[in-house]
Design a protein around this ligand. Sequence first.
Ligand code: GUN
Ligand code: ZN
Length: 433
Amino acid sequence: RAPDTRAVRGEILYFTGEPAALGDAAIAHFPDGLLLVRGGRIDAVGPAAELLPRLPSGAPLHDYRGKLILPGFIDTHIHYAQVDVIASPGEQLLNWLQKYTFPAEARFADPQHAAAAADFFCGELLRNGTTTALAFATVHPGSADALFAAAHRRRMRMITGKVLMDRHCPPGLCDTGTTGEAESRALIERWHGRDRLLYAVTPRFPATSSAEQMRAAGRLFAEHPGLYLQSHLAENRQEVAWIARVHPEARSYLDVFSRFGQLGPRSVFAHCIWIDDEDRERMAGTGAAISFCPTSNLFLGSGLFDLERARAHGVRIGIGTDVGAGTSFSMLQTLGEAYKVLQLQGQALGAAQAFYLATLGGARSLYLDGRIGSLAPGCEADFVVLDPAATPLVARRIAGCATLAERLFVFMTLGDDRAVLATHVLGEPAWRR
Ligand code: GUN
Ligand code: ZN
């Protein structure tokens, strides 16, 4: 048989477009489907009855009949060094950073601590069906090395970078304009484009970077093709007021990033709650993306993200858990909370649209569609297997569903890591309950 050929049977679902715009035409659905995987990529997908005869003899068959197979989830904003910060109460953003986050991140100066946390983090992603993340490391270059190495061992597609922060941060958690740039450049040379790994230039937010460092970040972002830039934008009202005081020359928070050359394809900004239509227009026009982080926005009391307006302007949008301000690694739970954030604004998030955002929408916001976020032929075979019998309540509620959309809505409202039966990376099982 051909090297590394395998088949996967079950109910298969992926998106070919945006359900909110195209309806059912955006959905590829095979109730009894088969994926043929060759060399880690999808070779063919379709009804099992049609494809089973094409299965080379001796090729392994993963039988997930009765389960739902979706593209692996894409988390477009998360902090791997904040696994020990999750569930830290009582504060909004700026005090939360000082009281909990900075002390936890300071411990990543120790490479052994970083390596152990990176391993835990990758395991937790896979347990939750997330196969790709755009993740913050810490200011320590070794923290990015640790996450790249952990993801590399698991053959995961991972995008991360060392945090740039050179002011308004505790000693031990500060780089400088010069060292931050040089350390980032060395990491880019070591990891960017190595197998499935990609580098993200990572200015934390303009409050913790000098103008010199913001300029350096813009320079780095432009230096190598395919680099990402990740940061935070207009999350909390006190934060927005602070940025306005530091950068009176800028029209808006977004304009600060623009002035430092940080806006464009592959720049991804978490939150974007307190932005206006001119900002949305500029994000859409430049190809920058928003990461919507509902559990974080609710937990820190930051505000309600206006998905409808961002969509109306054509901004690319993905979903982020934002652990550790976010309260779950589960994209299912995160979609459930996204639904509630939109309910509070009189907006309805359909289940198909929600799962689109967690898969193909995320891939499009990262310019990785055609590789991840879909199970179309040619894509990398990262997928998650959801179990309709995950819990007694899920099983009972799903038994009463008449449509696929109803079942998806049950998964995003009641589902969590228990609903993830298995996760495959490049076709191979990487997690099994
Ligand atoms: N803004 C700057 N840093 C952070 C962070 O670590 N988490 C969140 N949620 N917002 C930030
Ligand atoms: Zn964040």
